[in-house]
Write a protein that binds this ligand. Structure first.
Ligand SMILES: [Mn+2]
Length: 408
C-alpha cells in the first residue's frame, strides 16, 4: 500500500504581496498531486493547512479543486485534517467542507477513513489541553492504521505542544503537519513524519533538502519513507557580503540568478559600519533585474553582540527578560507584534530560528524594520493589522529603541 503524505500547502498565501508567489504555491501543490498520481499511490493524506486561511481566495479553491478532481478521476481518495490556518476560529464553515460536499475529499478529523486492512484516523489542530484529552480516546481502527495530526512536537521545537511519547500507540505511521521542514521521528517503534511545507512559507522553511512531500510504502510491517523534492519551488539565494566586496558578490548572484529557470528571491546581508540604504541601492537594482524580489539586510559589525539564547517552551517573554534586561521591552514588543500576525511578514526574519534566537541581530534588524515601517505602510495581504495599528505599533517600537539608544 502506497501513501502520499502532504502537509502545509498553504494555498492562497500571497507572500510579499506578489501574485507570482501565490501561483508558486498553487503549482507546487499541483505538482505534488501529479507526482502522487504518477507513483500510483492508493491514498493521499494531507496533515493540515491545505489552505492558508479559513476564507481562501477563489483561486485557492480552483487550485485545490483542479487537483482533487484529477485524483478522483484516478480513484485515489484524499484524506485530510485541518491545521490552525484553515480551521475557522468561530463556528464558521470550514473551506474544506465545501470540497467535502463536492465529494472530493474525506475529513479524517470527523470519522476514520477505512479501506480493508488500512485506515486513516485523524485529529484536527487544537490547543494542548484539548489535544491531550482527545488523544486519549484515539485508537487504531484496523490492522494498519495511520494517525494524521496537525501538531508541533517538542522534538522539533521548544514551543511544541506535546512530546512524541504522548502520541497514542499502535499506529503504523504518524502523518504529521505543522512543522514546515521534513523530519522523521521514531515513536513507539513506528515513524512519525513531517513532510514539511510544499513551498517556503517563511524563511525558517528553507532547507538544503528542498521542499516536497513523502511517498510512504506501508506494505511491510514498517513504513518506508521516500522524500520527493518538488521542481516548481521558487529558488532562493541567501548570501552575505562585506560592504567592500558587495559588488563582486552581486556579480556572482546575478550570474547565478540568470542561469535559473525561475527568477529567484534573493536575500542579501551586507556587513559594515554605519551602512546606509543608499550605499547598496545600486547593487540591489542590478540584482533586481534577474530576480523576483531582492531583500537587503544591513548588518552593523559594531552593533552590540549578545550570545544566542535558548527560548524556553514556558515563556518566550521570560526568556527575553532574562537574556537582555536592558532591551527586553523592545524585543518583547517585536515578539508580540510578530505573534499577532501584524506588521510585515519580513518580521519573520527576526525570528528565523525555532530554537536559537540571536537577540543582537533581532534588536538591530528590529530597529531598521521599525524605521522602514514608519516611513511606509507595509504591503502584502498577510498584514492583518489596520494601518493605524501598524503605525501605533511601529512608533512604540521606535520609542523603545530610541530610549534604549539614549541609555546606551
Ligand atoms: Mn503550516
Amino acid at each position: 500500500m502506497l501513501l502520499a503524505h502532504l502537509s502545509d500547502s498553504h494555498l492562497g498565501y500571497r507572500q510579499y504581496g506578489l501574485v507570482e508567489r501565490e501561483r508558486d504555491i498553487y503549482s507546487c501543490f499541483e505538482e505534488a498531486i501529479d507526482r502522487a498520481i504518477e507513483e500510483h499511490v492508493d491514498v493521499v493524506v494531507h496533515s493540515g493547512d491545505l489552505f492558508h486561511s479559513p476564507s481562501p481566495p477563489p483561486q485557492a479553491y480552483r487550485s485545490a479543486i483542479r487537483s482533487l478532481k484529477k485524483l478522483k478521476r484516478c480513484g485515489i481518495p484524499f484524506v485530510y485534517v485541518m491545521g490552525q490556518h484553515d480551521k475557522p476560529k468561530t463556528q464558521a464553515l470550514a473551506p474544506l467542507t465545501v470540497l467535502e460536499d463536492m465529494e472530493l475529499l474525506h475529513h479524517a478529523g470527523d470519522k476514520p477513513y477505512v479501506a480493508g486492512d488500512y485506515s486513516v484516523v485523524g485529529l484536527d489542530y487544537s490547543r494542548r489541553q484539548l489535544l491531550v484529552e482527545r488523544l486519549q480516546s484515539i485508537k487504531p481502527v484496523t490492522k494498519k492504521s495511520i494517525l494524521a495530526l496537525h501538531v508541533l512536537l517538542k522534538e522539533v521545537s521548544p514551543l511544541g505542544d506535546i512530546s512524541a511519547s504522548e502520541l497514542p500507540k499502535g499506529f503504523i505511521y504518524y502523518a504529521l503537519g505543522d512543522y514546515h521542514l521534513f523530519k522523521e521521528i521514531k515513536v513507539h517503534g513506528s515513524l512519525a513524519v513531517y513532510p514539511g511545507s510544499s513551498e517556503v512559507i517563511s524563511l525558517n522553511d528553507l532547507s538544503s533538502l528542498g521542499k516536497g512531500f513523502c511517498i510512504v510504502d506501508l506494505s511491510g510491517d514498517e513504513a518506508i519513507v521516500h522524500f520527493q523534492r518538488l521542481d516548481g519551488v521558487r529558488p532562493r539565494i541567501v548570501v552575505k557580503a562585506d560592504l567592500e566586496s558587495v559588488d563582486d558578490v552581486a556579480k556572482r548572484v546575478v550570474s547565478q540568478a540568470s542561469a535559473m529557470k525561475l527568477k529567484p528571491i534573493v536575500h542579501l546581508t551586507v556587513r559594515g559600519v554605519n551602512i546606509k540604504c543608499r550605499d547598496v541601492e545600486r547593487v540591489k537594482e542590478e540584482i533586481s533585474k534577474v530576480s523576483l524580489r531582492v531583500f537587503v539586510t544591513l548588518e552593523d559589525v559594531e552593533a552590540i553582540s549578545l550570545q544566542p539564547v535558548r527560548a524556553t517552551a514556558s515563556s518566550v517573554e521570560e526568556t527575553i527578560k532574562a537574556a537582555i534586561p536592558g532591551m527586553s521591552d523592545v524585543v518583547s514588543e517585536l515578539y508580540k507584534a510578530y505573534r499577532s500576525g501584524g506588521l510585515h511578514s519580513e518580521l519573520e526574519r527576526l525570528f528565523n530560528s525555532d530554537v536559537w534566537i540571536n537577540w543582537a541581530d533581532t534588536v538591530k534588524a528590529g530597529a531598521v524594520k521599525a524605521e522602514a515601517v514608519q516611513q511606509k505602510p507595509p504591503r502584502g495581504v498577510e498584514d492583518q493589522a489596520k494601518p493605524s495599528q501598524v503605525k501605533a505599533r511601529s512608533s512604540t517600537l521606535l520609542g523603545w529603541i530610541k530610549r534604549d539608544d539614549r541609555e546606551a
